[in-house]
Write a protein that binds this ligand. Structure first.
Ligand code: FE2
Length: 426
């Protein structure tokens, strides 16, 4: 007897009329037209069943703090960092935990069940680290939360920065972070990459650095990150986040850089909503978009994912935990408008992001966790177009959230009463 049988589902790879059988929290079988006794049967009615969304880059210690203690007037990254510095002394563990838990509720409702969050380790009290470790424990029954030790003010630039970061790892933080472009000099940035990668190798941990988050074409720490990954044998365990300077780099240099990144199997995470908002702020016109070179990285064989980065915090006033909104923006900024390009943008917030996070049991295949989302769309492109309603969200076979289908009731003169959800009839 199955626990759950989803019938007549469309899958992201294009298969239609599929059944997904669930037993003991795992996918027991995926087959066309499968019928078997089950405690619960869910007719997907041809709609898209996708593995859950994953956010590989977020800042949960800052989320939902918009307006505290004031709003970012210039909208720049640097004012955001300064504003975060003003907020930090006012933070309490209770308020931080409350905001983080509220955000996790939003995430689950949007089918976002795995989040990698950076947590600031610059403050020697490590208050935010303790609070997010508490959040990780509390949400564990319904959401996978990974923590990155993130030295926001620079691991070498901050007195005691490396020691604080080490202590955060001792407390149970999962990933080594960094911010080389925010160190005092390029040389010190490169030294920070080397030291942090060595620390990760020593401890057997993954690395995820904010890397070259600027429009400076000579900010080339991604090169050092890829080199250190190779030198220390960290292939597949290292992520370069943002990498916005690549947008402005010389094309010849990038043609040499891309194979280095691919060979080191460094993952790249772009954050489209934030990159388009924060970059290009020193430009007049033409004004650069600032997002990294997503299609070129993908073509070079690099695993590229999209992150949300910020929701209602010192850097970004909007957002709601909706990874389809993130992918929708990424698609536009990178001009990935072909069918394959749009599907790759959907993958960037699902399977590519899961790969960045190293999630075991992710996917819609036999043996995977039964953690999936029924969307009010028939394929990934329609899901992106509509930022489709997440009608049902399951984790390990258990229903966590449901949202009624979005339909408009139409009362049009001269026409019969009708409903529409903005999709053409099949
Ligand atoms: Fe970030």
């Amino acid at each position: 007897m199955l626990d759950l049988l989803v019938t007549n589902a469309s899958l992201p790879d294009g298969r239609a009329g599929m059944s997904v059988a669930v037993r003991d929290g795992r996918i027991a079988e995926v087959a066309e037209g499968l019928r078997a006794p089950a405690h619960e049967v869910l007719d997907a009615q041809g709609l898209l069943l996708a593995p859950h969304f994953c956010d590989p880059h977020f800042h949960m210690d800052a989320t939902l703090s918009y307006g505290l203690p004031r709003v970012n007037q210039s909208g720049t990254l640097l004012e955001g960092i300064a504003l975060w510095g003003e907020l930090k002394p006012l933070l309490t563990a209770d308020a931080l935990v409350e905001r983080a838990l509220a955000y996790c509720d939003w995430a689950v409702a949007r089918g976002l069940l795995a989040i990698r969050t950076h947590v600031d380790t610059s403050d020697p009290s490590l208050l935010a680290v303790e609070a997010l470790l508490d959040v990780r424990r509390r949400v564990a029954p319904y959401l996978d939360l990974q923590l990155v030790a993130f030295p926001q003010d620079g691991v070498l630039r901050t007195p005691g920065g490396l020691d604080n970061l080490r202590r955060a790892l001792d407390m149970g933080v999962d990933v080594v972070g960094g911010i080389p472009h925010f160190e005092r000099t390029m040389a010190e940035g490169a030294a920070s990459v080397r030291q942090l990668c060595e620390l990760a190798a020593e401890r057997g941990l993954p690395v995820d650095m904010h890397c070259d988050e600027s429009d400076d074409p000579l900010s080339r720490h991604i090169e050092t990150l890829a080199f250190e990954t190779q030198r220390l044998g960290l292939h597949g365990r290292v992520t370069g986040s943002h990498c916005t300077s690549m947008h402005s780099m010389d094309n010849y240099y990038v043609s040499k850089l891309l194979p280095l990144i691919a060979q080191s199997r460094v993952h790249v995470v772009a954050n489209p909503l934030i990159n388009i908002t924060l970059q290009g702020r020193h430009d007049s016109y033409p004004r650069r978009r600032g997002m990294t070179r997503v299609p070129e990285l993908l073509a070079a064989g690099v695993n590229v994912a999209f992150g949300h980065d910020c929701v209602m915090d010192p850097w970004y006033s909007l957002g709601s935990g909706d990874m389809l909104e993130v992918a929708h923006m990424g698609l536009h900024v990178a001009q990935m408008t072909s069918q394959a390009g749009m599907r790759a943008c959907f993958d960037a917030v699902t399977q590519h992001a899961a790969r960045v996070m190293g999630l075991d049991g992710y996917g819609l295949a036999q043996g995977c966790d039964a953690s999936f989302v029924l969307l009010q769309a028939r394929d990934p492109i329609e899901a992106l177009r509509l930022r489709a309603t997440r009608m049902k969200v399951f984790r390990r076979g258990r229903l966590l959230a449901q949202t009624p289908a979005a339909t408009a009731a139409l009362h049009l003169p001269g026409r019969a009463e009708a409903t529409s959800f903005m999709a053409p009839a099949c």
